[in-house]
Design a binder for this molecule. Sequence first.
Ligand SMILES: C[S@@+](CC[C@H](N)C(=O)[O-])C[C@H]1O[C@@H](n2cnc3c(N)ncnc32)[C@H](O)[C@@H]1O
Length: 435
Amino acid sequence: MEKLESFKNQLAFDFYNDKEKIKKKLDPNNENSEKKVQILFRNTIPEIPLTTSGTFSVYKYPAKFIPQVIAYVLKEYAKPGMKIFDPFAGSGTVGIVSRVYGYDYILWDLNPMIEVIHNTAVIKRIDTNPASIIRNIKNSDKEFVPNWSNIKYWFPEEFLSLLAKAWGVANSLTETDKYLLLIPLLKVSRFFSYSDEKVHKLYKSKHSKKKVEELLKVDWKSKFYLMLEKEMYILLRKIKEYNKLNPKQVNYQIRSGIDILETKLDDQVNILITSPPYLQAQEYIRSTKLELFWLGYDEAYIKELSKKEIPYRSVNEVNIYSDKYFKFREQIEEPHLKQLYDRYFNAILGSFSSLEENVKDYLFIFVGPAKIRTTSIPIDEILIEHLREFGWKHEITFIDKIVSRVMFESKINPASGVEDSRIKTEHLVVLKRDI
Ligand SMILES: C[S@@+](CC[C@H](N)C(=O)[O-])C[C@H]1O[C@@H](n2cnc3c(N)ncnc32)[C@H](O)[C@@H]1O
């Protein structure tokens, strides 16, 4: 107990120090200030003590925000009545945190997973008991089978009939009960597949084949129901925990399945806060394909979404106002890496140039200092230079250490072919509207 108290005091002390440093850096009289400050976001929000608190962690979406980053921004920069916008919202963390502090929000993402994750995370209360949902599945004769030509590659025949039954019920339930079942059922469906759940990408490994073989030798039906019930109880606990934070009734809009390069922001917002796709190796649609099929999306649609993913798609060239962009571009020799670099920056900078018009006050952009081959690319500085041209003033960059983030686990970086030194820090760039 004593240990815990002294640990908490230490954290409070570290945070206080950070606040003093930040003030100095923001002081306009301090001409020499480098405008970069180290921070450990996870220790800045006493009311959200853990990164996995409440429903901020109902689903392991790759490279998701920790809730404290958003909470920090809202507490330090937002004012009552402001509207918050995340155009690459992923699992919807920005929305889930905005509710806690009473802000309206807009979320966009190419991946339709955002709907189920967000809608599950913001449930107020559930009166249904997981045991009664399990009974409902056992007695049901409804069936749902995904429209997926490859389904037998990913699931043994034996499990498919049970999964079809459970999904038949999931698709027939009313709103709240449905959201108590969907994420637990997604997790259990993945476990009962040939995919290796230790890897985000859909991947059949030696380990996962063995897992299925072993499952088939035991009473897997009972195991399936037990796991599902347990996952629903875990979710119920998380929902309760989130509701203790007293989330407010706010207005919100979610647009999923949208391509940022073809979508215009119609409303005015005050704060844009986002973490754009990484420069390397993030394939969100491919890694959530199994889930999307069970949720009812069809093969052609999923393929279409895959083709729109940044940075693996062609993009129209835009004007780029950053010397650093051109300087680092010159250093890349291999044509395929140059193409990846160009596609990435044309997509990301092009999106921000078109969205910024409707942002009144602040841009907060969270990026990792990625590498191409062995060269670190200062994405944050390229963004600052480019957006300066549109009337945005760089206020500060927070440098956060990543303690444990859900990343793809390949050791070899597929873009460069060399061993990957994983990103160890991430930068939150703060830009204020100047004109
Ligand atoms: C780093 S993730 C965002 C994670 C999010 N901050 C969270 O807390 O879960 C980047 C997101 O960009 C999305 N994305 C990639 N290409 C896109 C496109 N063309 N249009 C819209 N979103 C896209 C991906 O689906 C992914 O969810």
